[in-house]
Design a protein around this ligand. Structure first.
Ligand SMILES: Nc1ncnc2c1ncn2[C@@H]1O[C@H](COP(=O)(O)OP(=O)(O)OP(=O)(O)O)[C@@H](O)[C@H]1O
Length: 262
């Protein structure tokens, strides 16, 4: 049920494996840390990684009187999580469904989860621009505030794919909040030095060309994955890290947008 959701943030990428789920989970954890009530919905039916990233693989969801009850990360129920992964027996179980069945499942995810009152619902989507995306976009029309964050890596191929994602958002009328460049160098956990192991700056120049806001560069930081597995936000545990700065700034932008109703 989306009636009580103030703002939806879609996390999109043109290509798989660029860090969409990592960004979605860290964003949800940061929003919770900053005092918001948050839902995290994983609609990547073929590769649901959110339960794995948050170490919730053994959790089950159940049907309550008001709808499906999300898995809550905390006692205060400030961060609820829903994923097809909770319905699969093991991480290796494959969902082999044709389009209409996938569409029906996503509709159910959007309509039948009892989220209670949420400030933000973060939606982790599959890579590309598939049926799943069209279903999500169609069902979000009722939400007063909805925007997309596009995740890319610095390499050219990912950048090319992400251009298609931008076109897709523009055609479907979803405003793009901005672009995040992930895996932008490697941050040494000991000395904090960041080394560019791929080319760099692609996300920023794409944002400039596309006239979109650039939301920052996230380095490869092995500590971030470990923290998410314990349900912890980088902004709390690694306050001096680049990751912390990028997510803090992003949440400030989101908090302003919810206040302005934009
Ligand atoms: N900034 C980062 N620092 C360290 N590891 C990262 C970072 N971003 C992503 N990873 C790792 O890279 C792998 C892929 O990331 P993730 O699952 O978030 O990508 P995705 O785009 O959601 O993938 P998929 O398309 O399969 O859903 C994961 O093992 C994740 O832990």
């Amino acid at each position: 049920m989306l009636e009580n959701v103030k703002s939806v943030i879609l996390v999109l990428s043109g290509k798989g494996g660029v860090g969409k789920s990592t960004v979605s989970t860290q964003l949800a954890l940061t929003l919770k840390e900053r005092g918001f009530k948050v839902g995290l919905l994983d609609v990547d039916l073929c590769g649901p990684s959110v339960p794995y990233i948050l170490n919730l693989e053994n959790e089950n969801i159940h049907q309550g009187t008001d709808g499906w009850v999300p898995v809550y990360l905390d006692k205060e129920q400030r961060l609820g999580v829903m994923s097809i992964g909770f319905l699969l027996k093991t991480r290796n179980d494959a969902v082999v469904w044709r389009g209409p069945k996938k569409t029906a499942m996503i509709k159910q995810f959007l309509e039948d989860v009892y989220w209670q009152d949420l400030d933000f619902l973060v939606i982790d989507t599959p890579p590309g621009t598939s049926d799943e995306h069209i279903t999500v976009m169609e069902n979000l029309r009722q939400i007063p505030q909805c925007s997309a964050i596009i995740v890319t890596t610095p390499q050219e191929v990912a950048i090319e794919d992400v251009r298609k994602e931008i076109t897709f958002c523009r055609k479907t009328g979803i405003p793009i909040l901005g672009i995040i460049e992930n895996m932008s160098g490697y941050q040494c956990p000991t000395c904090n030095e960041c080394t560019n192991i791929f080319s760099s700056g692609g996300g920023k120049s794409l944002a400039e060309i596309s006239k979109l806001q650039f939301l920052g560069c996230l380095p490869i930081d092995v500590r971030v994955g470990k923290l998410a597995g314990q349900g912890l936000a980088a902004v709390k545990e690694l306050p001096d890290s680049t990751t912390s700065k990028v997510f803090n700034d992003l949440v400030t932008v989101l908090a302003e947008s919810i206040q302005n109703g934009s």
